[in-house]
Design a protein around this ligand. Structure first.
Ligand SMILES: *[C@@H]1O[C@H](CO)[C@@H](O)[C@H](O)[C@H]1NC(C)=O
Ligand SMILES: *[C@@H]1O[C@H](CO)[C@@H](O)[C@H](O)[C@H]1NC(C)=O
Ligand SMILES: *[C@@H]1O[C@H](CO)[C@@H](O)[C@H](O)[C@H]1NC(C)=O
Ligand SMILES: *[C@@H]1O[C@H](CO)[C@@H](O)[C@H](O)[C@H]1NC(C)=O
Ligand SMILES: *[C@@H]1O[C@H](CO)[C@@H](O)[C@H](O)[C@H]1NC(C)=O
Ligand SMILES: *[C@@H]1O[C@H](CO)[C@@H](O)[C@H](O)[C@H]1NC(C)=O
Ligand SMILES: *[C@@H]1O[C@H](CO)[C@@H](O)[C@H](O)[C@H]1NC(C)=O
Ligand SMILES: [Zn+2]
Length: 408
C-alpha cells in the first residue's frame, strides 16, 4: 500500500503562508479530488448506515491524537512537530486570561465573571463577538447581505450522510460544514464528499470540548490537529472554525488567530440537536424555532442584513428538520448561502487553488461556473487521486474505535 511512506515523500510543504503557522502535509490535490470507490449506504437505519469502510488515505495513528479525546492525547503535546509549533508562538503577547472552570455537571461556571464590563469578550457569558484584546480576529456572526439565510451544519462528517448530501446537491445548495477533526479521520469519505460537492469546509475542533476551559497548549492542539486532519483528507486547510457551543473568549480567539483562524458563530440557534434530550426542547419547539426564523425572512427582520443559523448534521433527526423546512426557507429568504459565499470570501482555505463564488456571482446563478477547478457538484469518480488501485472495494468492517482504521 502507498501510505505512510508515500506521504513522507510527497508531503513536506512546510509553513504554507508567511503569517500562518502550519506544518500540514497531504498527498491529496483538492483540485483533482475524486471520490473513492467505497461501498456507501444511504440507509436511514443507523446500524446499517454506520458501517466501517476502508479509508482512502492510510495513516499512522502515532501521528494523531486519540479520537474524541483531548488533542494533546497520545503524546501529541511532546511531539517534535507540536513542540516546534508551540515554541514558535509569542505567548508573552497572549491575553492574560485563565482557563474557565467546568462545573461537576459539565457546564461552564459563569458566576464570578464580570459580565458588565466583559473584559475577555466571553461569548458564553455575554454573547460578545467583538474582541477587546488587540491582534485578535473578530468573529463572523451574520451574513451581511440583506435577505440571506446563512446555512451551516455542525458536527460532521459521519458514516454516510449520503441521503442528506444528495438532497443538498439536488437543490444545488451549498452550506458551510463545520467538521470535527476526530470525525474527519474516522469518516474521511464524508469530508471528501463535502469538498467535492462544493460545500464550504471549516473546523469544529478535534474533540468538541468547551474551548475556554482548556489550557493554551490544549486549545492550540484542538485547533491544529483539526486543520491538519482536514488538510490530510481533503487537501485544503480551513481559515475558519467554530467552537463547540460557541464557547470562546479573547484568549481562545488569540490562539486561533496565531493559526490564521477566524471564528464563524451564528445569530439564530435552532436547538435542533437538543430535541427530546434537553428539558423543554422538543421536536415541536425546534420546529417552532424554524418557523419563527422563517417568518423573520418575510417580515422585515432581515431586510437590511442577513443571518447565520446554527443547525447540525449529527443524525437523521437534525438532518430531517433541515430537509423539511428547506422549501419554506427558500421561499421566505431571497438567498440561502454558505458563509464563504455570503461574505465574499473567495479563498476560505490557505490553498488558493480552490475559489468560491462571490455573493454577486452566486445570486446571478453563476455559482457552479465560479467554483474552483476540480470541485463540482456534478462530478463523480471512482478513484482516489492517482492511487485508485490501492482502494479495495470489498471490505466492510464495523467501526468501533479509531485505532482500527490504521491497522487495516
Ligand atoms: C500532555 O497532555 C496530557 C493530556 O493529554 C497531560 O496529561 C500532560 O501533562 C501534558 N504534558 C506536558 C508535558 O504538557
Ligand atoms: C514539521 O513537522 C515535522 C514532523 O512531522 C517536524 O519534524 C518539524 O520539526 C516540524 N517543523 C516545524 C517548523 O514545525
Ligand atoms: C418577525 O417574526 C418574528 C418571529 O415570529 C417575531 O419575533 C418578530 O417580532 C417579527 N418582526 C416583525 C418586525 O414583525
Ligand atoms: C454519527 O451518525 C450517527 C447516525 O446518524 C449518530 O447516531 C451519531 O451520533 C453521529 N456521531 C457523531 C459523532 O456526530
Ligand atoms: C430520516 O429517516 C427517514 C426514515 O426513517 C427517512 O424517510 C428520511 O428521509 C431520513 N432523512 C434524511 C435526511 O436522511
Ligand atoms: C460583496 O461584493 C460585492 C461586490 O463587490 C459588494 O457589493 C458587497 O458589499 C460585498 N459584500 C460583503 C459582505 O462583503
Ligand atoms: C454568468 O456566466 C455566463 C457564462 O460564463 C456569462 O456570460 C454571464 O455574463 C454571467 N452572468 C453574470 C451575471 O455574471
Ligand atoms: Zn458541535
Amino acid at each position: 500500500m502507498w501510505n505512510v511512506q508515500m506521504l513522507a515523500l510527497v508531503g513536506m510543504v512546510g509553513y504554507a503562508a508567511a503569517d500562518v503557522k502550519t506544518n500540514y502535509t497531504s498527498s491529496v490535490d483538492p483540485t483533482k479530488l475524486t471520490i473513492p470507490n467505497i461501498p456507501q449506504t444511504t440507509s436511514h437505519d443507523v446500524a446499517t448506515q454506520c458501517q466501517y469502510y476502508q479509508p482512502p488515505v492510510a495513516y499512522n495513528p502515532g501521528d494523531w491524537p486519540t479520537s474524541w479525546q483531548i488533542a494533546t492525547s497520545n503524546g501529541m503535546n511532546t511531539s517534535a512537530e507540536f513542540t516546534a509549533l508551540y515554541n514558535s508562538i509569542q505567548w508573552a503577547n497572549a491575553p492574560n486570561i485563565q482557563p474557565r472552570q467546568l462545573a461537576p455537571t459539565g457546564g461552564l461556571v459563569l458566576p464570578g465573571y464580570d459580565t458588565v464590563n466583559d473584559p475577555d469578550c466571553w461569548w458564553s457569558a455575554t454573547q460578545c463577538t467583538k474582541p477587546k484584546h488587540s491582534g485578535v480576529n473578530a468573529d463572523i456572526v451574520q451574513c451581511q447581505e440583506p435577505g440571506v439565510w446563512g446555512l451551516t451544519f455542525d458536527d460532521g462528517p459521519n458514516c454516510s450522510h449520503n441521503a442528506f448530501y444528495d438532497f443538498l446537491k439536488q437543490n444545488n445548495q451549498r452550506a458551510s460544514m463545520f467538521y470535527i477533526g476526530s470525525n474527519v479521520m474516522g469518516w474521511p469519505y464524508g469530508a471528501m464528499r463535502g469538498l467535492k460537492d462544493g460545500h464550504h469546509l471549516a473546523g469544529h475542533t478535534w474533540s468538541h470540548k468547551l474551548m475556554t476551559t482548556l489550557t493554551n497548549q490544549e486549545v492550540l492542539a484542538e485547533l491544529y490537529y483539526t486543520s491538519k486532519a482536514i488538510k490530510f483528507v481533503t487537501g485544503v486547510t480551513p481559515k475558519y472554525w467554530r467552537p463547540a457551543q460557541g464557547d470562546l473568549d479573547d484568549r481562545v480567539r488569540w490562539i486561533a488567530s496565531q493559526l490564521g483562524l477566524t471564528a464563524i458563530l451564528w445569530n439564530l440557534d435552532t436547538d435542533d440537536w437538543a430535541a427530546n434530550t434537553l428539558p423543554g426542547v422538543t421536536t415541536q419547539s425546534v420546529q417552532q424555532n424554524y418557523q419563527n426564523f422563517i417568518a423573520m425572512g418575510g417580515n422585515g427582520s432581515f431586510s437590511n442584513i442577513g443571518n447565520i443559523v446554527l443547525t447540525h448534521e449529527i443524525n437523521n433527526m437534525t438532518m430531517d428538520f433541515a430537509v423539511q423546512n428547506y422549501p419554506a426557507i427558500k421561499k421566505a429568504y431571497k438567498h440561502v448561502l454558505d458563509v464563504a459565499t455570503c461574505m465574499n470570501i473567495s479563498h476560505p482555505y490557505i490553498e488558493e487553488s480552490i475559489t468560491y463564488p462571490s455573493f454577486d456571482q452566486a445570486i446571478n446563478q453563476n455559482a457552479s461556473t465560479a467554483t474552483g477547478s476540480g470541485v463540482s457538484p456534478a462530478a463523480s469518480g471512482t478513484s482516489f487521486g492517482t492511487h485508485s488501485a490501492t482502494v479495495s472495494a470489498g471490505a466492510l468492517f464495523i467501526a468501533t474505535v479509531f485505532g482500527v482504521l490504521a491497522t487495516l
